[in-house]
Design a protein around this ligand. Structure first.
Ligand code: SAH
Ligand code: SF4
Ligand code: F3S
Length: 445
């Protein structure tokens, strides 16, 4: 039986796309290659959001040349965001002739036909489309095992944050129909999944052009009503579109978890404006405080870019100040990386790499202290935890997450997929330890 290996870079949307690629290959009789086994087809599902991501992908593509020496019939495919960039397909074919297939983001479901064509024509197949489509419904998928499944609710992004390549490689916002999404979630529950994560680059723009009048809060209500589902999560939320209706939906819908990933990017108004983020520092702080007022136990996480063009000491100090004032549960920090074709790439005021690195370490140190302090405050409290299975680091204990998305380790005989009540007994930066004090969710006070 022929075998495949899929290597995925980038965000959860890519992880989800890779599940579809796996489904298509499985439908054509391929099975996943075992560790150490040379696969018959390797698919690299690529990311180009920062230069580092791009470099990793190109390095890996180069490295795969060795596969052709041990296994000359093997097929190498490069698909996704990096391939979608203008000129990249041609450049890959020129510099890396061992690559057989290049597909962009708008037609990954063509991987099966591309394989056939390579076999029949014995020359490379390149298909990168400018024309974006809503991918067909009902494509097969091989899901990552576990209790949680990803569900893409919308494709693309219209925001054009000035630093970001995503709108160029993923195209305009396109939403799936609520009925299709609900049916997919129902199927996942029937297959045994307990939690779904609704995915989009900006889920709060869901439904804008569908003409059904439904927004993302309405979609959450639909998904919440799927019988047998324990939890719903969603990402990513753009602060400018996060409505009061959304706050109420997260507060009121029983399965929707109290965790909002709300990328702020910067605490400086002048930087935010040049980033084209569409909100001010004050508006963001107001939103965060309205969320906390409605749901004191809601966790807030964020993304921050340091060293955006023109970010001076004062601008950076404003970001540090915002991080301290909000007290995020976690922050993902990135060094600004210029992306060809974006507006920020030609903005003046480049920040030297050394300064960027010094700034990122400061933010990380501040955030680590906050995370530790917040976790310490959790000691003694009881949380609803969804059992995921044995911990990767210590298989003698089980791992699971609270509704706020904090990882907890504890001992239990309850199988993966059960909800248990766990009292936190010890806390670190990344994981908590706890003891099970009951089945199901703790009683609400
Ligand atoms: N749609 C999501 C995710 C976009 S990519 C959102 O709007 O938040 C994930 C994160 O990568 C972004 O939030 C941003 O912090 C970071 N990022 C995007 N482009 C970047 C760039 N050119 N340089 C550095 N970080 C970048
Ligand atoms: Fe990029 Fe901004 Fe769209 Fe997020 S919202 S994908 S950062 S353009
Ligand atoms: Fe990367 Fe594409 Fe996601 S550029 S972050 S894989 S949308």
């Amino acid at each position: 039986m022929a075998t495949y290996r899929i290597i995925t870079y980038g965000c959860q949307m890519n992880e989800r796309d890779s599940e579809t690629i796996a489904g298509i290959l499985a439908g054509r009789g391929y099975r996943k290659a075992a560790e150490g086994e040379d696969p018959d087809i390797v698919v690299l599902n690529t990311c180009c959001v920062r230069e580092g991501a791009e470099r990793k992908v190109l390095g890996k593509t180069q490295e795969l040349k060795a596969l052709k020496t041990t296994h000359p019939q093997a097929i190498i495919a490069v698909v996704g965001c990096l391939s979608q960039q203008p000129g990249v397909a041609a450049s890959i074919m020129k510099k890396m002739p061992h690559v057989d297939i290049v597909l962009g983001t708008h037609n990954i479901e063509r991987i099966g036909e591309a394989l056939e064509n390579v076999a029949a024509l014995r020359h490379p197949v390149i298909e990168v489309l400018d024309q974006e489509t809503v991918p067909p419904e009902g494509l097969p998928a091989v899901r990552a095992p576990g209790v949680r499944a990803w569900v893409t609710v919308m494709y693309g992004c219209d925001n054009f944050c000035s630093y970001c390549i995503v709108p160029y490689v993923r195209g305009r916002e396109r939403s799936r129909l609520p009925g299709e999404i609900k049916a997919e979630v129902q199927r996942l529950v029937d297959e045994g999944f307990k939690e779904v994560v609704l995915l989009g680059q900006n889920v709060n723009a869901y439904g804008k052009r569908l003409g059904t009048g439904q927004d993302f809060a309405d979609l959450l209500r639909e998904v919440d009503s799927v019988r047998g589902l324990s939890r719903v999560r969603f990402m990513t939320s753009h602060p400018k579109d996060f409505t009061q209706k959304m706050i109420c939906a997260v507060r009121d819908l029983p399965t929707v978890c109290e965790h909002i990933h709300l990328p702020v990017q910067s605490g400086s108004n002048s930087v935010l404006e040049r980033m084209n983020r569409g909100y001010t520092r004050e508006q963001y702080m107001d939103l965060a405080s309205r969320i906390r007022q409605a749901m004191p136990d809601c966790s807030l996480t964020t993304d921050i870019i340091v060293g955006f063009p023109g970010e001076d000491e004062r601008g950076f100090a404003e970001t540090k100040d915002l991080v301290r004032q909000i007290g995020f549960d976690a922050a993902f920090t990135f060094l600004y990386s210029p992306r060809k074709g974006t507006r920020a790439a030609s903005m003046p005021g480049e920040v030297p790499q050394e300064t960027k690195k010094a700034r990122i370490s400061q933010i990380i140190a501040i955030q680590n202290e906050i995370t530790q302090r917040k976790n310490r405050d959790l000691a003694g409290q009881v949380f609803e935890v969804l059992v995921e299975g044995p911990s990767e680091r210590d298989p003698s204990v089980k791992a699971g997450r609270t509704r706020q998305n904090k990882m907890v380790h504890f001992r239990t005989s309850a199988p993966a997929g059960s909800l248990v009540s766990v009292r936190v007994t010890a806390t670190g930066t990344w994981t908590l330890r706890g003891e099970v004090v009951g089945e199901g969710s703790p009683p609400t006070t």
